[in-house]
Design a protein around this ligand. Structure first.
Ligand code: DC
Length: 223
């Protein structure tokens, strides 16, 4: 039996990453931020002087992806985010990154009891039969403010109005693409974090996820 999986999809800077990390810690599951795979690919293209919209450049980078760089600060920049969104629209690039995500879900690292994966298409494409699915969203202005604060905390000074503009543009592109577009899965619970601080958002996420996971966790052989 496949280990339990929680799929956390949502818009940019909606808080899905933080929620996914906290859910993983709570349940003792492994966490995968699938956006990092697209960001690492984008970084590879940009560093090679390539074009993230060009299939040959993007695919070469996806195949040469260096997981060891997953923690690098440069990945969080909006330039990398925008390039990631561009190459995320290319079907062959998504296919190249799919295997890693499915492997993670089937065999969570560190022999963890399950997986929490966040992204755009986890509940719709990567793991349609996930045990619990969340779709996290918030008002664009609130998300832009959070992203601006997060960047400032990392020492990256940005104009907040520009952050908002880029975020709205990226969501629109992610929703409009033909392959694995950003959308709420039919069986995903919507969590709007506009008026929720992180602790309240986590409590709400847990209330939505726990009942859905309960059956699977109880069925797990103990010992
Ligand atoms: O979650 P993030 O901001 O790190 O994601 C960066 C971009 O990567 C996002 O704009 C679209 C793409 N992405 C995707 O297409 N599918 C995913 N599962 C995760 C990210």
């Amino acid at each position: 039996m496949r280990p339990p999986v929680i799929a956390v999809d949502g818009t940019a800077a909606s808080g899905k990453g933080t929620l996914a990390r906290r859910l993983a810690a709570y349940f003792g599951f492994a966490h995968l931020d699938s956006g990092v795979l697209y960001r690492l690919t984008a970084l590879g293209v940009l560093e090679a002087g390539g074009d993230p919209g060009l299939e040959s450049d993007a695919l070469a980078a996806a195949r040469a992806l260096d997981q060891a760089r997953a923690g690098e600060l440069v990945l969080r920049s909006d330039a990398v985010g925008a390039a990631a969104s561009k190459l995320a629209a290319i079907a062959s690039v998504r296919a190249a990154l799919l295997h890693y995500q499915r492997q993670f879900i089937d065999h969570p690292p560190g022999a963890a009891a399950g997986a929490v994966v966040d992204g755009r298409d986890i509940g719709t494409v990567i793991c349609p039969d996930a045990d619990a699915k969340l779709f996290v969203d918030a008002a664009p202005e609130v998300r832009a403010h959070r992203r601006w604060q997060e960047l400032a905390g990392l020492g990256i000074q940005r104009n907040e109005a520009q952050v908002l503009e880029e975020l709205v543009h990226r969501d629109a592109a992610d929703r409009a693409r033909a392959v694995a577009p950003l959308r709420q899965a039919q069986d995903a619970a919507l969590l709007d974090t506009t008026n929720l601080g992180i602790d309240a958002a986590f409590a709400a996420a847990l209330a939505l996820v726990e009942p859905r996971l309960a059956a699977k966790l109880e069925a797990k052989p103990r010992g």
